[in-house]
Structures are given as C-alpha cells and as structure tokens.
Design a protein around this ligand. Structure first.
Ligand code: NAD
Ligand code: UD1
Length: 331
C-alpha cells in the first residue's frame, strides 16, 4: 500500500515508517518538524535501505496538504501529527484543539475528497480517564478526560466514528496506546524530549546519565504492591508493528474498530527504575514525592481484541525496553 504518515518523523511515526517499509509498503511522510528532525529520514534509510518521500507541511495548512494528495494516490493514512504534552495542553488549550482537532479535520476532509479509504489514528489510554476498572477494555468506551490533550483524542475518536458512519466506504482503526517507551535496536531513532521530561522513561534516562540529580517518584502510597503507580509499558517497536497490522486489517474491512495497544502487564515506577538500573549498570537515585495531580494508581490494557482482530502480541519485555532506551540515550 502507499501510505501517508503524518507526524512520520516523530517518535512513534519514525518507528512505524521503519516497520511499514520492512513490510513492503511505500511511505510518504508529512511533518512540520515542530517536534522532530529532518535527520530522521537518513536514519530510516540507514535502517531500511529506503528513504521515504517527505513533505515539510503543516496539517493546518490546508492548501499545501492538498497538494500532497494531488501529487500522490494514497491507499491509507496514519495520523500521528499532533501535540502531546499533557501539562502544556492545560495552559494553551486552544493551541492543542487547533492542532490536534482542526489539523485532523483538514486531513479527513482530504481523505474524503481524494477517496482514501483507510485510516489509523493515534489515540491514548488517557481517554479511559479514571472511570473504569483495570484492565481497560475497549467496550468501556470513552471516560472523563482530565486535560485538553486527552479531550482532543476523544474528539478525534468521535469525529472518525461519525465520519465512517456517514461514509460507509471508509475504514478506520483507532489505536489506544498505553505507555510507549524504548527505541529501535539500532540506537538510531528514539524519543528526544524537549525541556524537562514529564514522562517516566526519559526522566530516568536523564538521571542515569547524570543530567539530573534524582528521579522524583510521584507517590508511594497508592494501592499497588509497592505503593508506586503502575502502568502498561509497551516497546515502541511492538507498537509500530501494531500499526502495520492495523492498516492491513483496515484495508480488508469497513467501519471503525477501537483497539488497545499495550502489553497487558503493569509495572510499577520502582520496577521500571530497577530494570533501568540493570540496563545502565549502576544505581539511579530517587526521592519519594507527593502524588502528581491527575495521576491514577493503575492503568493496563485488556489485550484480547488486539490479539483477536490483528493477531497482535508484544515481543519485547521491560528489560528490552530499558536496554534499548539506554542505548539510544547514550548514542
Ligand atoms: P512526536 O511529537 O514525537 O511526534 C509527532 C509528530 O507530529 C512530530 O514529528 C511533530 O513535528 C509532528 N507535528 C505536530 N504538529 C504537526 C502539524 N500541525 N503538522 C504536521 N506535523 C505536525 O509524538 P509521538 O510520541 O510520536 O506521538 C505520536 C502520536 O501518538 C501523537 O498524536 C500522540 O498524541 C500520540 N500518542 C503518543 C503517546 C506517547 O506516549 N508518545 C501516547 C498516546 C498517544
Ligand atoms: C502520561 C499522560 C498520558 C499520556 C502518557 C503517554 C499524564 C497525567 N498522563 O501518562 O495522557 O498518554 O503519559 O505519553 O501526564 N512518574 C514518576 N516520576 C516522573 C514521571 C512519572 O514517578 O518523573 C510516574 C507517574 O506518576 C506514573 C508513571 O511514572 O505512575 C508513568 O508516568 P508517565 O510516563 O508520565 O505516563 P502516564 O502518567 O501514564
């Protein structure tokens, strides 16, 4: 298939492009490079032997985005383009809604106009909110989101579902990611956070290599085995493979399916910290702090639907995730 990947030079997008190319698909990337670098294209080429076609276009720029559709005949779109910083989204909600929702609407309008049938969308486990019991199941639907980032994902899910109801020829898979971490085995592509990392893995990595003094563990009084928060971490290469299976499934089916992409296992903050210590070969200092507002105690996926529909299973465990993350951050 010829696939338009928006946000394709970003963290998850770049790993997905590698897996799509390895599976024999043709990839065209659209990215405004707001949170990624053009060098990623060479790195994808080094890994796969193929340099994807690239357009430096903002999805909010409807005319230039349309030119990409005029110049190419796509079979499918994978939509990664968007902003993702939860805290920032609370301070500048309109910026988040404009980019993540208006940008997406531009894209979906062009898919309709140019009759591009298949869509895969990057949603998040954050759409479950704190309303349901673990493991989170797709059939629970949408919970109460607590920040504009999460709400922008929820809006996208609703828009895509309504679009596919109205346009019966269209097919969409909404992937609800749990916590993607790790990096490609080559150490060439990975996640490079801007500023002080909010997420656990990039923060641990910066403490491990001496850029920061200690990890702040947000609470050890949750109702979990060691009191720290439990999450479902998934290796980014496993997550990328799920996109290949999803786009191939969309091609063969109509309508919308929502699918969790996680490992189905929960790890606590302390378990991740110890796995990273093993990977880097030394102790990582930490201090127990108060709980972070908005955090939930435990979050992990029910993975049955991903297995049934996509035959998807994860291949990598927490040790691989930490080793690969360590290799990337130290390259
Ligand atoms: P990322 O920031 O690394 O990648 C997003 C890419 O989109 C970047 O390259 C950025 O430059 C580009 N982009 C942003 N706005 C754009 C615009 N208007 N036009 C064109 N390009 C634009 O983020 P990521 O971690 O790879 O996440 C990819 C997607 O997955 C995002 O939609 C994110 O919300 C979603 N997601 C990520 C996580 C996670 O933990 N990383 C979890 C759940 C969902
Ligand atoms: C966060 C986002 C979520 C997003 C996900 C993946 C919030 C409230 N939620 O989820 O919307 O989809 O990232 O990008 O921000 N922790 C520490 N110290 C740190 C950082 C994290 O102890 O410095 C703990 C957290 O309390 C949590 C776990 O580590 O228990 C994972 O945190 P994080 O990586 O930020 O992911 P989530 O909170 O699951």
């Amino acid at each position: 298939m010829k696939i338009l990947v928006t946000g394709g030079t970003g963290y998850i997008g770049s790993h997905t492009c590698v897996e799509l190319i390895n599976a024999g698909h043709e990839v065209v990337i659209v990215d405004n490079l707001y949170n990624s670098s053009i060098d990623v294209l060479d790195k994808i080429e080094t890994i796969t032997g193929v340099k994807p076609a690239f357009y430096k276009v903002d999805v909010l720029d409807r005319d230039n985005l349309e030119n990409v559709f005029k110049e190419n005949s796509f079979d499918a779109v994978i939509n990664f383009a968007g902003y993702k910083a939860v805290g920032e989204s609370v301070s500048i909600p309109l910026t988040y809604y404009k980019n993540n929702v208006s940008g997406a609407i531009n894209l979906y309008e062009l898919m309709k106009k140019y009759q591009v049938k298949n869509l895969v969308f990057s949603s998040s486990a954050t759409v479950y909110g704190d309303d349901f019991e673990v493991p989170f199941k797709e059939e629970y639907g949408l919970g109460t989101t607590t920040n504009p980032y999460g709400t922008s994902k929820k809006f996208n899910e609703i828009i895509i579902t309504d679009l596919c109801k109205a346009e019966e020829w269209m097919s969409a898979i909404i992937l609800r990611y749990f916590n993607p971490i790790g990096a490609h085995k080559s150490g060439l592509i990975g996640e490079t956070p801007n500023g002080i990392p909010n997420n656990l893995l990039p923060y641990i990595a910066q403490v491990a290599n001496g850029e920061r003094d200690y990890l702040r563990v947000w609470g050890d009084d949750y109702d979990t085995p060691d009191g720290t928060g439990v999450r479902d971490y998934i290796h980014v290469v496993d997550l990328a493979r799920a996109h290949v299976l999803a786009i191939e499934y969309a091609e063969k089916n109509k309508g919308v399916d929502v699918i969790n992409v996680g490992s189905g296992k929960g790890y606590s903050v302390m378990e991740v910290l110890h796995a990273y210590e093993k990977a880097c070969g030394h102790e990582i200092p930490y201090k127990i702090m108060d709980r972070r507002p908005g955090d939930i105690a435990v979050c992990y996926a029910d993975t049955k639907k991903a297995k049934e529909l996509l035959d998807f299973e994860t291949a990598y465990d927490i040790e691989d995730m930490c080793e690969d993350s360590f290799r990337y951050y130290n390259k």
